[in-house]
Design a protein around this ligand. Structure first.
Ligand SMILES: *Cc1c(COP(=O)(O)O)cnc(C)c1O
Length: 379
């Protein structure tokens, strides 16, 4: 059984996006070895479905994936992922067993996490490789770049912890006007110099999310960490020459059509009243599916290859659209995100319509939305 509202996920597009990004960072770093691509699949692969997406990326050549916490990483392993998995999140209050049982790479970003992972490794009589996170200005997680000499010696001396890489994360990468990214870049360079000065042997370094990667090849270092761009969406307001294609198409169907006489309203709160007679189609997708209530009166969908406005409130399970000018019938496909005919409603447009960012739009696609994969998973 398949609900009439579902998400079509194009795994070939994600694999092709991965290859396009790999070629982009390889092409522009002549000489030396090009940066590798750590494919970010946190939050259920930005709503696309973590297991299938991760396996497709692995088949496309990704040697390391990244996710938010140990639980997400264990789900990837359960889905059969064999590639390296970097866990971004703080380890301090996690159940750390999964790190060892599932061969994960933790980020160590606080002294508390360092002690907890060291203790767990010692208890198991094993060593574990980790990535060190430096706070260069985001001020969430990470060892402050300007006090490493005080904060790092205990971690570096931990007998069961092996430093495999060092990284930072930019706070303003998608805003070319903001001076913070340049300050963070300088602070990261300073931190690397401090580490060398403290006698730490050279190790892998990474810093760039999608936006930073598109903006400045100086922050590519040994690996880049794109998320959004992998799913075919350039982070606004940036444009890119990297040829990526959106991987998610969110579709539904017209279930019913009815006439609205002038003066009549539709939906909860009677928020939309027809000035003239209107033809209204009901589409079985609502805020429980991830459609924001602010789309009411602002957003559009595609039906019959044309744009139709969303009128009246977005309900939990339904929206109503004005199809007065669009020939359509019950059963016709409605595109909420994606292409139909020559028209497109992309994630950036939907995000801008409701005043949020594309990352949130993708992550909010509801859990009851079935993801249909193309090609049918050949695993
Ligand atoms: C989410 C995340 C990324 C990817 O960010 P995008 O903007 O989606 O490319 C990279 N690095 C870290 C640490 C992240 O948390």
């Amino acid at each position: 059984m398949l609900r009439s509202t579902f998400a079509h996920i194009d795994l070939d597009a994600i694999a092709a996006n991965y290859r396009a990004i790999t070629a982009f960072v390889a092409g522009e770093s002549p000489g030396g070895s090009p940066p590798s691509v750590i494919a970010v699949v946190k939050a259920n692969a930005y709503g696309h479905g973590a297991g299938p997406v991760a396996r497709a990326l692995e088949q496309a050549g990704a040697e390391m994936l990244a996710c938010a916490d140990i639980e997400e990483a264990v789900a990837l392993r359960t889905a059969g992922v064999r590639a390296g998995i970097l866990v971004f999140g703080a380890m301090s209050v996690s159940d750390l067993g999964g790190l060892f049982e599932h061969d994960l790479v933790p980020t160590i970003s606080t002294p508390t996490a360092a002690r907890a992972v060291e203790a767990e490794a010692a208890r198991r009589g094993t060593q574990i490789r980790y990535h060190l996170k430096i706070d260069t200005g985001m001020h969430r997680l990470g060892f402050r770049h300007d006090s490493l000499r005080q904060t790092l010696p205990e971690l570096l001396a931990s007998p069961h912890l092996q430093l495999a890489a060092v990284y930072t994360h930019f706070a303003t990468a998608e805003d070319p006007e903001h001076p913070l990214m340049e300050r963070q870049r300088a602070a990261f360079d300073g931190a690397l110099a401090t580490l060398a000065d403290m006698g730490v042997p050279p190790m892998r370094r990474h810093a760039a999310n999608s936006a930073a990667m598109l903006r400045d090849s100086r922050v590519w270092f040994d690996a880049v960490r794109p998320g959004l761009l992998l799913y075919g969406v350039p982070p606004p307001p940036l444009a890119t020459t990297v040829l990526v294609h959106p991987a998610m198409r969110l579709v539904s169907r017209v279930v019913s059509i009815k006439g609205l006489r002038s003066g009549e309203s539709v939906g909860y709160g009677a928020r939309y009243t027809a000035a003239l007679p209107r033809r209204i189609a009901v589409v079985p997708a609502g805020y429980a599916d991830g459609l924001d209530r602010r789309l009411a009166g602002r957003g559009h969908v595609l039906v019959g290859g044309r744009r139709a406005p969303i009128v009246g409130s977005v309900s939990m399970d339904m929206i109503t659209i004005d199809v007065s000018d669009v020939p359509c019938a019950p059963g016709d496909e409605v595109v909420l995100l994606g292409r139909q005919g020559g028209e497109v409603i992309d994630v950036r447009e939907m995000a801008a319509t409701i005043g949020t960012i594309p990352w949130e739009v993708l992550c909010r696609v509801g859990t009851r939305i079935e993801r249909i994969y193309n090609p049918a998973e050949a695993f």
